[in-house]
Design a protein around this ligand. Structure first.
Ligand SMILES: Nc1ncnc2c1ncn2[C@@H]1O[C@H](COP(=O)(O)OP(=O)(O)OP(=O)(O)O)[C@@H](O)[C@H]1O
Ligand SMILES: [Mg+2]
Length: 243
């Protein structure tokens, strides 16, 4: 069953067709990869799905209900979390405080109820522990390494208990040791029932982690299927070599 269904999604920026009649699906329980050369429209797909920018045409449904026309906050509240190509964390807040920002977004009630707040703090500490970040819980976001920021951003997204998480280059610029940890934690969260759609240029990361892969080229899907199948598709090789 597809958790996220995208139909004929299209977006132009001036003369550039960034996303062109694009209809990838994300199966419930999968880790689906969205790959393609630079500028092929991957981040734009994320921005369209999460309501950050309006689409020109097409439709998106989540759990068989349309989310067309909804803004980012509504879509987030329905259970779609996302991270950004450049991790968006608050550099002047500690790692723990960063984790609690999404909780505050749930509303003031969470702040006024002491019991609820300490429960959230406990959840945040558990998630930091799961990510191996408890030692830096009190470290400012701005002092964390690039890979730690990526992990922290993932943790903060998980605080809202999403069913689907869109990850934009979770491995980008991350050192090999942390890379392995990020892959492992995504796999473990997936085993707990979280579905992932991830954009990534690191092919071995994608091939090891994803059950399905969709390849975009100039905004259009040119191949999809199992990683091994996609990897040997001549059209995919052409798209990368030509880029
Ligand atoms: N806000 C914008 N205004 C104008 N053009 C844009 C905008 N966002 C993206 N584009 C263009 O749309 C196309 C797709 O960009 P997008 O960022 O989605 O690609 P991408 O696949 O994520 O690339 P990368 O792998 O480099 O992150 C590119 O030609 C890009 O220049
Ligand atoms: Mg991008």
């Amino acid at each position: 069953m597809s958790l996220l269904k995208i139909e004929s999604l299209t977006k132009r920026f001036g003369g550039v067709g960034a996303v062109d009649d694009c209809s990838p699906e994300v199966a419930s329980g999968s880790i689906t990869g969205l790959i393609g050369p630079n500028g092929s429209g991957k981040t734009t797909v994320f921005n369209l799905v999460t309501g950050f920018i309006p689409k020109d045409s097409g439709s998106v449904s989540f759990k068989a209900r349309t989310i067309d026309g909804l803004g980012p906050d509504r879509i987030y509240a329905l259970g779609i979390g996302r991270t950004f190509q450049l991790a968006r964390i608050f550099p002047r807040l500690t790692a723990l405080e960063n984790m609690l920002v999404p909780v505050r977004r749930k509303g003031l009630r969470a702040l006024f109820s002491g019991a609820a707040w300490s429960h959230e703090k406990e959840r945040a500490m558990e998630m930091l522990e799961f990510l191996d970040l408890s030692l830096v819980a009190k470290t400012l976001g701005g002092e964390l390494s690039y890979g730690q920021r990526k992990l922290l951003e993932l943790g903060a997204v998980m605080m809202a208990e999403p069913e689907l998480v869109l990850l934009d280059e979770p491995a980008g610029g991350v050192n090999p040791a942390l890379l392995e940890r990020i892959g492992d934690r995504i796999r473990r969260l997936n085993a707990r029932g979280i579905t992932f759609l991830l954009v990534e240029h690191n092919m071995s990361f994608v091939m090891n982690l994803c059950s399905e892969v969709v390849v975009l080229h100039r905004g259009r899907p040119i191949a999809s299927g199992r990683p091994a199948h996609v990897r040997s598709d001549p059209a995919v090789l052409d798209a990368y070599l030509g880029a």
